[in-house]
Design a protein around this ligand. Sequence first.
Ligand code: G4P
Length: 193
Amino acid sequence: MKELEDRIRKDGRVLPGNILLVDSFLNQGLDARLMNQMALTWQEFYKDEPVTKIMTIEASGIALAVLTAYRFGVPALFAKKYATINLTDDRHQASVYSYTREKSYSIAVSRRLLTPDDHVLLVDDFLANGCAMAGLADLVREAGASVAGIGVAIEKSFQKGPDLLRERGLTICSLARIESLEEGRIVFGEADA
Ligand code: G4P
């Protein structure tokens, strides 16, 4: 998505450790107009899927999920993160490994809010190692629901996430694909939309 790539070129900053800082428009400061364009692009990409819900994991995917849900005319839903969790009857849950924190955490959502008739589009700001999206897909399947696909704002194609998710048969629509952040230079690949 050209508008997103242009904005990354203009305002993105590369930090040590191959981290792209986009806090002025996607992570902390939120550019609603740009994010609305992103939601429209996912809506067009997934127009043949009978999507019933848009899901993400707290926190930074929530704004994108809300705008996308508005475009599709369906509810948004976010999974909550817990350091540890005991199995309870009223929640679907899955485990997510965080490479940055080097430990697992649980994600959960109320059983009332995610049911077997749901066909869910997952969205997130970054796809890096992919564990968050893989865990969310597990949670959807645990609920007996199905995954329509994944919408990612910024894919870091040099990390493990894209392959991990495709190996699981999940469709990804990445709006900006970054092939490298070496030496502070942002190298884009071809995006999906
Ligand atoms: P992944 O499974 O989500 O791909 O995550 P990974 O463990 O690789 O990354 C940990 C966190 O760091 C994730 O946020 C991810 O979105 C974020 N992240 C990864 N690469 C970048 C980057 O280049 N720039 C920025 N700004 N963030 C990056 P999270 O901890 O799940 O949380 P939250 O911010 O949504 O609460």
